[in-house]
Design a protein around this ligand. Structure first.
Ligand SMILES: Nc1ncnc2c1ncn2[C@@H]1O[C@H](COP(=O)(O)OP(=O)(O)OP(=O)(O)O)[C@@H](O)[C@H]1O
Length: 522
């Protein structure tokens, strides 16, 4: 019943904010448009993006999150709507501390006083999914530590599941009833959102991602990631090291404290490309609220990264796609971009290279009419995806996530340093990575990964040959077979020598090639 009311409320909001323009444009029922006009009287003058944003805010946190996720799908949305949705903020009032305490005690199966030395009742932050309280805890060794405790908002799971059910229903209607609706792929978008939300609702998942990133980033000395206190982490509660820093948005404060802002901008890009091209595992929620900078003497000027609810992973194939395309783009080698798409099966084999090349050129060429340092890799990637879609390529969600994060990083980098040359910072990564893909290093790594297999086989080899020869001689009773086998062995030896010579030749060739690639400018 409540679902029925919720459904009716959603329809009312759609009509009240005049959103029929967006979703009903291809419906041919005049009476429906008439009702919509009457209900939305006085609201239609506002731009459509603004009306959509306000409607989502009225519909509550799940829809606000949905709008935020939609705003990143600029490949599907018109620019005015995407810009307006990007302004959505989840300003949700905090839930009472008593509720947070009850969730913590239930999740950790102990009274609060037995878990924490002290616990701040007033949350430091509150968002649609969770809220954060500061506390002091005694760890296993009895040491007191300042911690941040993230607690999932109560009732979120059921609210989400019910709203998602309605969204799925609406998406199916939209897709079935309207041709405009079909183009927006609403069911696919809702399914993606479903996965996104459920991932965010599992704090153990978030803690694991934080742990992985912390390990990956160790040794770079550019970013600090809070340590997770695993004994106190559950799906609903996460206890982690409390970080102390200045929000990245307070640039003047950072400058006044003596932080090298230009270096900070470069470090941000370096960190991101290391995560993408070296690790294939990246923080994908890089909005300024999740980034701080340390002013403590021993870690002065380092980033502090928070909130690991959304991370992206890339396969070797994804990385190759990105690296090769970026390089071909910056050489303005559109033919190569088109060939790459066909060679790797991203577009149907029947696609004409010249047609794809022309499309890529028409999208990208106007964009290159500016200094290289002003070019946004995020925008470039988005354009590439737009072209690819026209040629029936399904862009993988992790690449869309990457493109969105790239835009965030670039925005952040340029905010800090308007002269930041993104390409100059990114280029060494792509070169290094590409060399790693074809060079002797890769060959050596592959050889090393096979080593355990050969290590097991080699000691057994003389015995195996001996047994084989003996058995052969006994079975035939003649020396002829032994002679034949020896002959065969010699032939195999010769082949092996050839193979080794070829491998050496190939490696030398690769070294020369590397040298040529390194010398040839992009
Ligand atoms: N380990 C920490 N140390 C210090 N402060 C923290 C820590 N973790 C979170 N916070 C504070 O809590 C705020 C919210 O944390 P977080 O971003 O993880 O929550 P969220 O519910 O995912 O919020 P949002 O959806 O707005 O990103 C941070 O901006 C920061 O101010």
């Amino acid at each position: 019943m409540s679902r029925l009311f919720r459904g009716a409320f959603i329809i009312w909001i759609v009509l009240r904010y005049g959103l029929d323009e967006l979703v009903l444009s291809s419906f041919q029922k005049p009476w429906l448009h008439w009702i919509a006009k009457v209900v939305s009287v006085g609201r239609r003058d506002a731009p459509r993006g603004q009306r959509l944003r306000e409607a989502l805010e009225r519909l509550g946190p799940v829809f606000v999150k949905f709008g935020q996720v939609l705003s990143t799908r600029r490949d599907l949305m018109p620019v005015d709507i995407a810009d307006e949705l990007a302004r959505l903020q989840d300003q949700v009032p905090p839930f009472p501390a008593a509720q947070a305490v009850a969730i913590i005690e239930r999740a950790l199966r102990k009274p609060l006083a037995e878990i924490f030395v002290s616990f701040d009742q007033v949350p430091i932050a509150s968002a649609s999914i969770a809220q954060v309280h500061f506390a002091v805890i005694k760890d296993r060794s009895g040491r007191e530590r300042d911690v941040a405790v993230k607690v999932l908002r109560p009732g979120m799971l059921s609210a989400i599941d019910s709203d998602l059910g309605l969204m799925r229903l609406m998406a199916a209607w939209l897709e079935g009833l309207s041709s405009d609706g079909k183009r927006l792929k609403p069911r696919e978008v809702v399914a993606e959102f479903d996965k996104y939300l459920h991932d965010e609702l599992d704090l153990i998942r978030e803690a694991s991602s934080a742990g992985q990133l912390r390990r990956n980033m160790e040794g770079l000395n550019m970013v600090m990631i809070p340590e997770m206190l695993w004994d106190f982490c559950t799906t609903e509660v996460l206890v982690m090291e409390r970080m102390i820093g200045v929000p990245i948005s307070q640039v003047e404060r950072l400058r006044a404290a003596g932080v090298d802002i230009k270096k900070l901008a470069r470090d941000g890009v370096t960190l991101f490309f290391t995560q993408v091209f070296r690790d294939g595992f990246f923080h994908a929620d890089m909005h300024p609220g999740n980034i701080q900078v340390s002013l403590a003497p021993e870690t002065f000027g380092r980033y502090i990264s928070l909130d690991f609810g959304i991370v992206g992973t890339l396969t070797e194939v994804d990385k190759e796609y990105l690296a090769q395309n970026f390089v071909a783009f910056f050489r303005r080698d559109y033919k190569r971009v088109a060939e790459l798409h066909i060679e790797s099966g991203w577009v149907p084999a029947s696609t004409r290279v010249d047609e794809l090349e022309a499309s890529v050129r028409s999208v990208c060429e106007p964009y290159f009419d500016r200094p290289l340092k002003e070019i946004s890799l995020g925008v470039l990637l988005m354009r590439l995806f737009q072209v690819s879609r026209r040629f029936q390529v399904e862009i993988q969600p992790q690449l869309v996530l990457l493109q969105k994060t790239l835009l965030n990083i670039e925005g952040l980098g340029r905010e800090l340093d308007p002269d930041l040359d993104l390409w100059a910072t990114a280029k060494p990564f792509l070169e290094k990575w590409m060399l790693g893909q074809v060079g002797p290093q890769k060959f050596w790594e592959q050889l090393k990964s096979q080593a355990p297999h050969y290590a097991k086989l080699l000691p057994e080899l003389p015995m195996l040959v001996n047994n084989y020869l003996k058995r052969g001689a006994q079975a035939s009773g003649s020396d002829k077979l032994v002679a034949e086998l020896l002959q065969e062995q010699k032939r195999t030896n010769r082949m092996l020598q050839w193979l080794i010579a070829m491998v050496i030749g190939f490696s030398v060739g690769l070294v020369v090639m590397q040298f040529v690639v390194r010398v040839r400018p992009f």
